[in-house]
Design a protein around this ligand. Sequence first.
Ligand SMILES: Nc1ncnc2c1ncn2[C@@H]1O[C@H](COP(=O)(O)OP(=O)(O)O)[C@@H](O)[C@H]1O
Ligand SMILES: [Mg+2]
Length: 273
Amino acid sequence: MKESSGSQVYDIKVINRKVNNMTKPILRIQNLHKKFGSSEVLKGLNLTVDEGEVVVIIGPSGTGKSTLLRCINRLETPDSGEIYLEDQKIEHGKTNLSRMRQKIGMVFQDFNLFNHLTAIQNVAIGPVKVKKIDKAKAMKAAERELERVGLKDKANSYPAELSGGQKQRVAIARALAMEPKVMLFDEPTSALDPELTGEVLAVMKDLAKAGMTMVVVSHEMGFAREAAHRIVFLEDGIVSEMGSPEKIFNNPEKQRTREFISKITSLSGEGSA
Ligand SMILES: Nc1ncnc2c1ncn2[C@@H]1O[C@H](COP(=O)(O)OP(=O)(O)O)[C@@H](O)[C@H]1O
Ligand SMILES: [Mg+2]
């Protein structure tokens, strides 16, 4: 993506959010700490995400990006700190955990589909089992979600019959079927062959345009420039620097951010997404 058109897209994003008055915090992470054994991965991390905002998290490998996402939907239990979704605290061991989790969709690097279920069954199973929605209704809704990710014609295919890009799109449809308030993506295209990343990123861009709140761990620079409202650089267990894509990619304040950006830019080749 060329610089000029990138800025234009960004302007439209800002205007859309202003028109829609979407500056209400929806996810608040406060002073989050997480250790594995003696190694402290998250060291008092703070991050607030607004409704309708697309936040792209970047940072070196092993810096705690996955741990952060896993703490948000409680696949990991934080040692201390608070996470609020729509002003409700997410807590372990409380009856609200299952309800809170339903509001958070997660898409993993390796899809995590049920291999013995078809695409449409993968999408419908959450609403049926967790939300106790009538099966026929859930299948109808699943069909709509598959259509949204461009896979209506693959509804009856098993994961083994799908490409990596198609599997990831089914995984996105499955998360959307739960009607989440926030979608978390953990390097959703990094297990894919380069020619398949585009179709997944296109679905994610559509979601972003539709106003979904998204927290995306990804080093796809094209996607980040085009779809992100904010880039967050995670390092040493905290948010080291954040700002608009323009600021972080073109004019970061910290030397470390600058070094990291130049590294991922040379690895990915600008505009590859
Ligand atoms: N379940 C776990 N048990 C022990 N160590 C873990 C576990 N999960 C992550 N870690 C460690 O925590 C650090 C951060 O991991 P991770 O959040 O996956 O980083 P990133 O996603 O930024 O690459 C790494 O050193 C990793 O080895
Ligand atoms: Mg990770």
